[in-house]
Design a protein around this ligand. Structure first.
Ligand SMILES: [Fe+2]
Length: 335
């Protein structure tokens, strides 16, 4: 399904306005030399229509930002990141108030998952709930049963636009997450048929059982999918790849679990899978995004279906359904 250029411009206007682009703001559109984004022109033109002073910057690689561009990025009010820059320097820019919005997904996904203020309200309500919790307990009929003590790292959320100073986000997707206390997760995680593993961009066909001890996966068992996951992680020869990374749940009503099956690899970034409402988003590897010291290039995002998530014994997701009080939380003041 394709959308017209006029529709695409309207979508961008909506999201840039949600991101509070206003006259006189400095907007930097960031890309890589070989970036295949279809959004360069619309990002520039729609930012200009809102009165922003717009710059366009291309860098050689998403893995490193040249020193010469850093002052420009630090001076920006909003960076529109069309390449998903992985250099941590981009997060240093946020410390002085620069907002960052990543946009990668194809137009029809941007349209279907167009963010709304209500997404932000749900995500912030969930973040506040998560921030107060001391323990996350996750279970499933497939056999998942593990405990993750919380409190060492902040609760965080995404909602599809970047409106607050220093906020990093991605259009589209709404979800909430935090990182478990260092070395603290214990129990069993059973990745079931239909769960998704990124960066494999595939649905699991056979269950994978993970035994987690003191924050690290100590055993991976199952059939082919387990063998593949085990081999992929082993190639890094780094114990940190087995650590538990961010954990949380999806809040996007317009995200679809089945969408990934409609795209070839490289055609979508997978925000449907990461954000569909009621998923439990399990992940492995680094915790630097949360402020931790554990760094590793291997990071698996694993959206799981049909899980129940409890915060201090109170369910926030039951069998893959977000609890109603979470969904209908009244609007909160933007903080
Ligand atoms: Fe992740």
């Amino acid at each position: 399904m394709s959308i017209t250029p006029a529709t695409l411009m309207t979508l961008w206007q909506t999201v840039l306005k949600l991101s509070r682009v206003k006259p006189g703001e400095q907007v930097v559109v960031l890309n890589t030399y070989d970036g295949s984004t279809p959004y360069k022109s619309v990002a520039l033109s729609q930012s200009e229509i809102l009165g922003a002073q717009v710059s366009y910057v291309e860098v050689p690689s998403r893995h490193g930002l040249p020193d010469a561009v850093l002052p420009l990025l630090q001076a920006a009010d909003l960076i529109i990141d069309l390449a998903f820059i992985l250099d941590s320097q981009i997060h240093r820019c946020r410390e002085t108030g620069t907002r960052v919005l990543v946009i990668l997904e194809p137009p029809e996904i941007l349209e279907r998952m167009l963010p709304q203020v209500a997404d932000q309200q749900r995500a912030i309500a969930a973040k506040h709930q998560l921030a107060q919790a001391q323990v996350m307990h996750v279970t499933s009929a497939a056999g998942t049963d593990f405990y993750a003590p919380l409190g060492e790292f902040p609760a965080m959320c995404q909602y599809g636009f970047a409106d607050e100073p220093g906020h990093w986000d991605q259009w589209p997707g709404a979800f909430v997450f935090t990182f478990p206390n260092e070395g603290s997760v214990n129990g069993t995680v059973v990745l079931d048929r239909g769960d998704i593993i990124f960066p494999f961009f595939s649905y699991i066909q056979s269950p994978i059982t993970l035994q987690v001890e003191n924050g690290f996966i100590r055993e991976i068992t199952g059939a082919f999918d387990a063998d593949y996951m085990k081999a992929f992680m082993a190639q890094y020869q780094d114990n940190n790849v087995y650590a538990i990374s961010h954990i949380g749940w999806g809040l996007s009503h317009n995200g679809q679990w089945e969408a990934l099956g409609l795209y070839g690899k490289g055609e979508t970034e997978g925000q449907d899978g990461r954000a569909f409402a009621g998923n439990f988003l399990f992940s492995t590897g680094p915790n630097t995004v949360g402020g931790g010291q554990r760094s590793t290039p291997c990071h698996l995002d694993v959206p799981m279906r049909h899980c129940s998530v409890y915060l201090d014994d109170q369910p926030v997701v039951l069998n893959g359904e977000v609890m109603s009080d979470q969904q209908t939380s009244p609007p909160l003041a933007i903080v």
